[in-house]
Write a protein that binds this ligand. Sequence first.
Ligand SMILES: Cc1cc2nc3c(=O)[nH]c(=O)nc-3n(C[C@H](O)[C@H](O)[C@H](O)COP(=O)(O)OP(=O)(O)OC[C@H]3O[C@@H](n4cnc5c(N)ncnc54)[C@H](O)[C@@H]3O)c2cc1C
Length: 313
Amino acid sequence: MRIVILGAGYAGLRTALDLARLRRAYGLEITIQVVDQNPYHQLVQLLHLTATAGITDQKSIYQLDTLFRGREVERIEGRVEAIHPLERRVVLNTGQTLEYDRLVLALGSETAFQVPGAREYTLPLRTFSDALKLRKHLIEQFTRAASITDPTELRITMTTAIVGGGYTGCELAGELAAWADDLCRQTGAPRKEVRIALIEREDHLLPHLGTWASNEAVRRLERLGVNIFLQTPVVQVEPQRLRFADGRLLRAGTIVWGAGVRAPALLAEAGFPTDRLGRVLVDRYLRVQGHATVSGLARRGRLSYRPPRTGAG
Ligand SMILES: Cc1cc2nc3c(=O)[nH]c(=O)nc-3n(C[C@H](O)[C@H](O)[C@H](O)COP(=O)(O)OP(=O)(O)OC[C@H]3O[C@@H](n4cnc5c(N)ncnc54)[C@H](O)[C@@H]3O)c2cc1C
């Protein structure tokens, strides 16, 4: 049986390693192929540290070939472009086509840029390469600031606006505040000009956690010098400028978008049933509804399980 796993994040990697173990333990006649666009597994939960030089790049990723060494897992590098469930085929950007008997969907999520201008004028923090780009951008901004004399330009250059007060936004704001001393020392940027704004649409941070955690996050971030804007929906992004729903503007040389994720569009395009965030609908065995040969996996409930309706209501 050919099992193809799409994505080598936490869900895909765990599946591949467990299947390889079962294959060896029980002599299962299966082939395991793992497809990922990168040759590495990225530690997504540490990206805020990668972006702020809190850990080295080597500690931010693990090479997949090293993780699969000695195991009967074939790694295939390529970006999945299309899935054809009726023909049991997956097409990659390399032109390669993979046929499967069982398919595991573990492609994770991607940044949802819900507001006009967000895609064009903000930096996301969802992948290792996003984190590298953000770090490079911050170092460039601070380096440039060291020689700016115009106060308005200096203020804009030294302002980092982070949109989204969830885990990504809160963690990044805290780490950036902690990095600011070193960054200013290294670049010559004036420390007193560092401004970090964390902008959240709801009336509290960390919307998925309780009141205690939200209040504690506000208290700690404010102590680090982060300016927190609650109940402040962003309605538009322009170059170096955020427009809020109440008409106010915030100018910032760095704008980070951490305001939500959605499942990759190719899942809906393949004809799988999805919810409004593009997440595939699965049954209690994680089989995609209506597609018994396809399983959907994600960490932390990124898939949508809807129990079948049993009553008229
Ligand atoms: C900044 C940040 C901090 C976080 N902190 C925490 C935390 O502290 N604790 C926690 O539990 N969770 C945290 N999370 C959430 C956690 O990272 C996710 O829940 C987890 O990564 C989901 O795992 P996954 O395997 O479903 O997807 P992912 O880890 O996203 O893996 C998906 C894989 O699929 C690959 N892929 C995607 N599209 C394609 C394609 N078209 N073709 C080929 N390959 C593709 C990607 O390269 C990736 O390797 C954080 C997330 C972020 C962004």
